[in-house]
Design a protein around this ligand. Sequence first.
Ligand code: ZN
Length: 462
Amino acid sequence: MSTLLIKNAAILVTMDDRRREISGGGLFVRDGFIEKVGPTSEIPSKADEVLDLSGHLILPGLVNTHHHFYQTLTRAVPAAQDANLFNWLRTLYPIWARMTPDDIFISTQTALAELALSGCTTASDHLYLFPNGSRLDDEIAAAREIGIRIQASRGSMSLGESKGGLPPDSVVDTEANILRDSQRLIETYHDPKPGAFVQIVLAPCSPFSVTGELMKQSAKLAREYAVHLHTHLAETEDEQAFCMQKFGYRPLPYMQSMDWVGSDVWFAHAVYVDNDEVRTFAKYGCGVAHCPTSNMRLASGIAPIKEYLAAGVKVGLGVDGSASNDGSNLLAEVRQALLVSRLKEGITGFSLSNDPERKLMTARSALEMATRGGAAVLGRSDIGSLEVGKCADFFAIDLNCLDYAGALHDPVAALVFCHPVRADYTVVGGRFVVKESQLVPLDEHELIEKHNRAAKYLLEPG
Ligand SMILES: [Zn+2]
């Protein structure tokens, strides 16, 4: 039994059903779960560890719904800097094919370190290449050392170039191997309980890199074990053309024909959808991982987030892989989501509209996507808000910094409108992953050195 008391926060943003923002707020935590939340005067005054966060803003830990940790090794690769999705992938597949288990381990730690420093406490990752003996186990081991919760997605590619897919045959696997390994991972690691640190997700990579048969078999296996399903969908116009030409369907109807709709399914991107498809998302409870930076970086397009939210679709945010972002800063992604949503409004005539009902996305709704929204997308009711019984996952930011100077009329909005800063504290299940802006589980400079060495070798082997 261990207890933690956080007290005197300038504002504690609960993201509970009433969206309470508590001045002078505090949290009392026992064994990783929140036992009390409220004004500091109304919660216990003693605990094993006590931290006074006067002058700080506290928020629920951010939830990242889409990432490829391994891509932190291939950020800003010159040949892939100015390409659209398909050309970017064709350039990077052969480099990724050289990765080793050590590369997976190091890149996971780098991505999770960046995420933690931006307030993230739960991250989904989508690993879909397993070259040179790499396994999802390498990622899970690395995440356990950092202490962030992960939804580790067992990705896969089975449709190589010779069968009409996009990836070279050298990076795809047989469907029997993929399904056998998926089952092994679920049985070894998946923890369905509240407070889980590792959950397994089945995640064939995309319609253009796996067969329909693998989509169907993955859905069947996932439902036998009650684990969730994830894939990239409707990311670009190229993908839409590929699906029409190869399957005779648009991307979402194709997935419907594969039994890939339901509240246990979430899709990354979902940019190219029509109004009927938005309603299909809502009807079946499918979630969306909105990745605005990646969509801009690869010139993919702007997802119709306002339409999704209006239809009641679950929407979370994702930084996406670090070769198309090229970072893992989730707080920065909240800001991008706000800005790109407003850009879309501008493009579609906001300034000319006299409709008083037409509103811009607010800072608080962007934060809501990154917290409650992300938790809903991942199917987790134990995270996403600061409430009694939920995981003690939160982050704190010192408001007395240059970036927020002049914005303290509304510190919560400042967090989104102003330039993103490092989290001063990030706590997962009552344990500090970031303290006084420094990573607790490992030495940041050693990690940077190891990571740069691995990245250099990957691009210039021998
Ligand atoms: Zn992705």
